[in-house]
Write a protein that binds this ligand. Structure first.
Ligand SMILES: C[S@@+](CC[C@H](N)C(=O)[O-])C[C@H]1O[C@@H](n2cnc3c(N)ncnc32)[C@H](O)[C@@H]1O
Length: 280
């Protein structure tokens, strides 16, 4: 039973964080003159109407993309992300928020391949409508975790596996850790980016320990939180595990995260983190 619907959360602080970093990973992949494949295991619907009653109900986007999209002082590294949002709101009014598949396709070249998995049937239909006629884009109504086994390694032998699980089931941290292990085992040189919510310290420590037990290559851990550590209303922030990060991301990410944090947390709660989980 699928309970999670991203429409409630589209454009929130976590989306801004994960999509901004996603664009840096794609910028690095497109630097080389060779096609690559992006496997997005939990794709969502691709494009979100911020006027939708579910978005209006939570208004999470106001505290996320609402706080950054009109800013003119963002560092250049955030331009590809902000340009993607602006492209879907060309009249200057923020009404739509593109999800990871749409942001990614915009940055990918024609020959780069996008493989999208979405388990929710209705959301998958909506995703198909967003990408109707798009070339080199495959959409599957299936479980994204098992897709790792089915689709990796990609024939291009270059690529990114983006694991953006819903965390609506018990042991989702365990499933994500196993998915990272499987993706790395099947495609050792591939980049993996896996999102996780900032929850209780014990849960996060157990997650880090399970990842350290996998014997991963160099792995970076990025986090952005906008609430104090004892915040319980909803998640205080989120993180990304990045296996085989592009060269220089450890230096590039901190100022970008710092700018985002200042913009997203006017009360100056929370903070950012960029550390090697597994050093080079
Ligand atoms: C956090 S949302 C994805 C958001 C999207 N990656 C983005 O950034 O725009 C998680 C999505 O995964 C879907 N989902 C839940 N369990 C899944 C599974 N086992 N396999 C694939 N998709 C799943 C949900 O329906 C939801 O649309």
């Amino acid at each position: 039973m699928l309970s999670y619907r991203h429409q409630f959360h589209a454009g929130n602080v976590s989306d801004v964080f994960k999509h901004a970093i996603l664009t840096r990973l794609l910028a690095a992949l497109t630097r080389k003159d060779k096609p690559f494949c992006l496997l997005d295991t939990h794709a969502g619907v691709g494009l979100y109407d911020l006027q939708h009653p579910w978005s209006q109900k939570t208004e999470e986007w106001r505290h996320g993309i609402g706080r950054v999209w009109g800013r003119t002082d963002a560092p250049p590294g955030l331009s590809p992300y902000l340009d993607a949002i602006r492209a879907d709101n060309a009249d200057g009014h923020l009404r739509r928020y593109p999800g990871s598949p749409r942001i990614a396709r915009r940055l990918m070249r024609a020959e780069d391949r996008l493989v999208l998995c979405e388990l929710n049937k209705n959301d998958c239909e909506a995703l198909k409508a967003v990408f109707e006629g798009a070339r080199h884009t495959a959409i599957h109504n299936r479980d994204g975790f098992s897709a790792i086994r089915a689709f990796l390694p990609p024939k291009e032998r270059r690529g990114l596996t983006f694991i953006d699980a819903a965390f609506d089931q018990s042991d989702e941290f365990g499933r994500v850790a196993r998915a990272i292990r499987e993706a790395h085992t099947r495609f050792a040189t591939g980049v993996i980016a896996a999102w996780y919510p900032l929850m209780a310290t014990q849960v996060l420590q157990a997650f880090s320990r399970s990842l350290q037990g996998i014997k991963l290559p160099k792995t970076l851990q990025l986090e952005l939180s906008v609430h104090p550590g004892d915040w319980t209303e909803h998640i205080r922030g989120s993180g990304l595990i990045i296996v085989n990060p592009p060269f220089g991301l450890d230096r590039e990410a901190p100022p970008l995260l710092d700018w985002l944090w200042r913009a997203l947390s006017p009360e100056k709660h929370g903070g950012t983190r960029c550390e090697w989980l597994v050093p080079e």
